[in-house]
Design a protein around this ligand. Sequence first.
Ligand SMILES: Nc1ncnc2c1ncn2[C@@H]1O[C@H](COP(=O)(O)OP(=O)(O)OP(=O)(O)O)[C@@H](O)[C@H]1O
Length: 616
Amino acid sequence: MESDGDPAARVAAGTNPVHNLWRLRPYLRPYAAEFAWLLLAGLAGTAAGIAVPLVVQRVVDGPVARHEPGGLLQLGGLALLLGVVEAVLIFIRRWVQSSSAVGMEAALRADVYAHLQRLPTSFHDRWQSGQLLSRITSDLSVIRRFLSFGVFFLVLNLTTYVVVVVLLVRLHPVLGALVAASAVPLLLISRRFGRHYHAASRRMQDQQGDVATLVEETAQGLRTMKAYGRGPELAASFAGAARRLHDTGVGKGRLLANTSALLDLVPNVTLGVVLVAGAAAAAEGVLTIGELVAFVSLQLMLIWPVQSLGWIIANGQEAATAADRIQEVLDTPPRIVDRPGALALPRDAVHGQLRFERVAFSYPGATAPVLCEIDLTIEPGETLALVGATGSGKSTLLSLVPRLHDVTAGRITLDGHDLRELRLASLRRLVGVAFEEPTLFSMSVRENLTLGHPDAGDHDVRAALALAQADFAYDLPWGLATRVGEQGLSLSGGQRQRLALARAVLGRPALLVLDDPLSALDVHTEALVEAALRRVLRDSTALLVVHRPSTIALADRVALLEDGRITATGRHSELLASVPAYRALLAAEPAAGHPPSSGAAGSSPSASDGWGLVHS
Ligand SMILES: Nc1ncnc2c1ncn2[C@@H]1O[C@H](COP(=O)(O)OP(=O)(O)OP(=O)(O)O)[C@@H](O)[C@H]1O
């Protein structure tokens, strides 16, 4: 089965991080003009800087040697002018640099986020959310730093180095060649450093993701963790991850410090040799004093480019590994997409017949299928309850209807159209979904409700809230404008479930897919919601996962799912009478407000009465 961007598989396959960095160049394209100006300003500034020692040479060998104060003033003024020009160009460069870098980062971040949304749920099942979080935040910042500063200084410093060495060779070929030769140890040191630093960078960025995952899990599971008194163990595990991150950081820092020391040493040793040999040459008259001053001043200009080499390589390696990690996400194809010529079905044209034809499904990487040979037809307006033991595949079957996963064999049709032939957006507007775990986003209640129907009017929202018995939303501090979700007001499980239900029924969906929609409600609210749902279910075709026998009352028919296969379908009373496995399953489930039955449901009048289920 095709991998959903499994990071382990990717590392094993081996990738080229520098190539991945290069692949991000389209993000720089909109800023090509700015970048050209930037480079031009940088190069002009450097040229002005390089010209200063050459002017100084003229000053020393001319007016100073000949004692002509008039010429001194002219050349001194020129040197001053060059200094001012250099300063202005540096200012322009810095100013342009910051805006283009931030724009590029924002565009890339938006694309990665949009891609994450397109990726199937199976991708998100396999990736730690902390890893995604660290990629979309810190990795993108690293890339921004390199593409804006690192690349720029790499080009600028290399150009400065080449130009200065050429000038030095022209001033004194032997000493110039000596300076040029010092590039060899610099190259060797840089290569070795780059290799080691790359491995350390990747390790550190992955460890940052692990730490983010731990923080996220702790934040989400704080109540469970506290209730079980597991705080100290989790703190110890976090401290371990933080220590590993710290150790990798220290190792990286030492590697950079050692290399910087070596990179410092080479130009300083060369400078010492040049000073001694240059002084001797000046004494012999081969070199003028002005030329010696210019030579040494120019050579001093090489110290910063060489010193910064370590930082640039480090930054480049970090950016390359960050690009690798970003491309791991971007290279994962969104496999659930619109086919060419996919249909959009208007709501009014849909009757709502949902048919599963020999459907099978396996999770990516799983050895055994979760669903096999599912044949099921739900007629327009019919409500089918799916009953099965835990882990039998009920939620998985439900997730196939809005195409959160695609079937691995067979097909599902809506009014005869294969779901894969429909436009995803159209299909998802036709299907109202409420999951077992009602998720609310950090938005207002209204925005949460209209998630799938942003154009829904007040009337639709009111109707949906009434239907889900969620009128409490009007009594929240700011009514429907109250912010809920992680950054907002905390709601009870039952309140969240009712809002999720209201969201599912908003806009009269043609298909309703509800995973145990009444599980978190008290007996009284459950009865009210049930009564309201009964009205909605008349208009929609519905597939309900039912854990509690009382909810089966909503269904026209029941399908029993055992180990991924439908083993029986029929009215509740029929199954109760003729399918021992069904009886056994329901006998294990207490009805709302009733104790679990001790015997098989069919044989226990109290149990069947208690469920008050079927009107066969
Ligand atoms: N994202 C996933 N990746 C791999 N396997 C999964 C995934 N989700 C569920 N499974 C496996 O698929 C099987 C069916 O799970 P599913 O959640 O559909 O069962 P269920 O009948 O809805 O269970 P429950 O009643 O407990 O909610 C289980 O064995 C489960 O381990």
